[in-house]
Design a protein around this ligand. Structure first.
Ligand code: PLP
Length: 424
C-alpha cells in the first residue's frame, strides 16, 4: 500500500441508512459484522427496484421475464468478478450452509463405506456438519486439530490424516470465532496430491480479503453475500468440470449448458440476486476511490475485478487499524484474555475475548444496553471453542470490524469493558 492512504469513514457511513440509528443517545456501534453486515442504500434500491419493475419468473416472452433472466445473469457475472472465476462456475442459494449440504448430497452419490472425509476443528459447522452427516453412508470423518496455543490449524496433523481413501478435504479460510487465517493453498495442493476434492469456507475471509479462487486452486468455495453488504444468501464456486459432471438433485439437472444454474433447486431468489450484484458494485465503487494506493496489489487486474480487490483492501486496511487498537486496549484491562493468533500472524479484524468474573453473555448484554452490537458463544465454531476449553463457560465475546465502524465505537467498547473490570 502506498503512503498517504486515509480511509473516509464518514463517506461510507453516509451510504448506510442503519448508521443513522441511535440507541441510548449514541449511534449504534455495529461490531456484529461477522454475523452479517449492514446494507447500503444502493443495495436496498436494487432489491426494491427488481420487485417493483421486473418481478417475474424467467424464460417468458414478456419484458419482466427477460429482466428476471438478466437479473440472474448479472449477479452471476458480478460474483464471478468477486471470486476471480468464470461466470458458469457460480451457483446461488439462500445460505452457505445450504450450499454445503447440497454439495455433500450431490458429491456423495459415488461414495462408499470406508471413504474418508477430512474436516477441521476451526470450522464453522457449515463446512463440517454436511460431511459429518455422511457417516450414515459408512464414510469415515477425520478432524484436523486446532493448536490451542497458536490458535492455528496443525498442518502436520492434516498430513497424517490424508490417505488414498480421502475423498474430500473441507477447510476454513478464516475463522469466524478467532480471526485466524489459514494458508488454504497448502492444504488444497496436498489434498489434490491424494486425489481429494477440496472445499473452502470463505464466508468470513471474503468479507475482509480479496478472494482469487484460481490462485488457491480449490474445487469448491463457499461465501455469503450478507457478510459483505448484500442480502441473506449463499454463493458457491464450483469448478466447471464439476458443474458439468455432478449428478445434481434439480429439476433441470440434465441441461449442462445451464452452468452454475444446475446447482439451484427451483426458482432463484431474483430480488436477492439483484441485491448481490449491487453489493459487489458497492465494493467496486469504494475500490475506485482508493485504487491508486494499491497499485502493487492490483497489478494485472482490470475493470470491475480490479475495483473489487481495491475496495476490499481499502476497507480491510481501515478495519485492521481499528481491530489492532481494540486488541491493544483490551489487553491492557485486568482480567481480560484476548484470543486469536499471535500479533503478526495472518488474521482478520475480528477480536474475541473473555473477562474474568463475567460470563460472555453478561458482557454482551451490557454492550447491547449501550447500543454496542456484539455476539457471544461459539458462533457455530463449536469445536474451536471446545478446543480452547471455553465450551462450559459460555464461549467467547466477539467484536468484528466493518468499514463503517469508527474509532469512537472502539473507545466506547474499551470504556465499557474497563468499567466492568473495575466493578468486578
Ligand atoms: C465462517 C463461516 N462459515 C459459514 C457460515 C454460515 O453461513 P450461512 O449463514 O450463509 O450458512 C458462517 C456464518 O456466520 C461463517 O461465519
Amino acid at each position: 500500500m502506498k503512503n498517504g492512504f486515509k480511509y473516509d469513514v464518514d463517506a461510507i457511513r453516509a451510504q448506510f441508512p442503519a448508521c443513522k440509528l441511535e440507541i441510548a443517545g449514541a449511534p449504534i456501534a455495529y461490531l456484529d459484522g461477522p454475523g452479517g453486515t449492514q446494507i447500503p442504500q444502493l443495495v436496498l434500491d436494487a432489491m426494491v427496484g427488481y420487485m417493483v419493475n421486473d418481478n417475474a419468473n424467467e424464460d417468458g416472452n414478456f419484458r419482466a421475464s427477460t429482466m428476471a433472466r438478466y437479473t440472474e445473469e448479472t449477479a452471476r457475472a458480478a460474483v464471478a468478478d468477486f471470486l476471480g472465476c468464470e461466470v458458469q462456475e457460480v451457483g446461488f442459494s439462500m445460505a452457505s450452509t445450504q450450499n454445503s449440504y447440497n454439495l455433500a448430497l450431490n458429491l456423495s452419490k459415488t461414495f462408499k463405506p470406508g471413504d474418508e472425509l477430512i474436516i477441521t476443528e476451526i470450522d464453522h459447522r457449515c463446512n463440517s456438519a454436511p460431511w459429518m452427516s455422511l457417516k450414515r453412508l459408512g464414510c469415515v470423518v477425520k478432524t484436523v486439530r486446532l493448536d490451542p496455543v497458536t490458535q492455528q490449524l496443525d498442518f502436520e496433523d492434516f498430513k497424517s490424516k490424508l490417505s488414498d481413501k480421502t475423498k474430500v478435504v473441507a477447510v476454513n479460510w478464516a475463522s469466524n470465532a478467532l480471526g485466524t487465517i489459514t494458508d488454504v493453498k497448502k492444504f488444497i495442493d496436498l489434498a489434490h496430491e491424494y486425489g481429494a476434492f477440496t472445499v473452502v469456507d470463505a464466508v468470513h475471509y471474503s468479507a475482509h480479503r480479496p478472494v482469487d479462487v484460481k490462485a488457491i486452486g480449490t474445487d469448491a468455495l463457499l461465501c455469503s453475500p450478507y457478510k459483505w453488504f448484500g442480502p441473506h444468501s449463499g454463493v458457491i464456486y464450483l469448478k466447471k468440470e464439476y458443474i458439468a459432471s455432478l449428478d445434481f438433485n434439480n429439476t433441470m439437472c440434465d441441461d449442462i449448458a445451464k452452468g452454475g444454474r444446475r446447482f439451484h433447486m427451483g426458482t432463484p431468489q431474483y430480488e436477492t440476486l439483484a441485491g448481490i450484484t449491487a453489493a459487489v458494485n458497492f465494493i467496486a465503487a469504494e475500490g475506485e476511490k482508493y485504487a491508486e494506493y494499491f497499485e502493487d496489489e492490483l497489478k494485472g487486474l482490470t475493470g470491475r475485478r480490479r475495483n473489487i480487490v481495491a475496495g476490499v483492501l481499502a476497507m480491510d486496511t481501515h478495519e485492521m487499524e481499528l481491530a489492532k487498537k481494540l486488541r491493544m486496549g483490551l489487553r491492557a484491562i485486568p482480567g481480560v484474555t484476548v484470543y486469536g493468533p499471535a500479533e503478526g500472524q495472518p488474521r482478520t479484524p475480528t477480536v474475541s475475548f473473555t473477562m474474568e468474573g463475567y460470563a460472555p453473555e453478561q458482557v454482551t448484554e451490557v454492550f447491547g444496553s449501550k447500543g454496542i452490537n456484539s455476539w457471544h458463544g461459539d458462533f457455530y465454531a463449536v469445536e474451536a471453542v471446545a478446543a480452547l476449553g471455553l465450551a462450559e463457560s459460555g464461549g467467547l465475546i466477539r467484536l468484528g470490524m466493518a468499514p463503517y465502524c469508527t474509532e469512537s465505537d472502539i473507545d466506547r467498547v474499551l470504556n465499557t469493558v474497563a468499567e466492568l473490570a473495575r466493578n468486578r
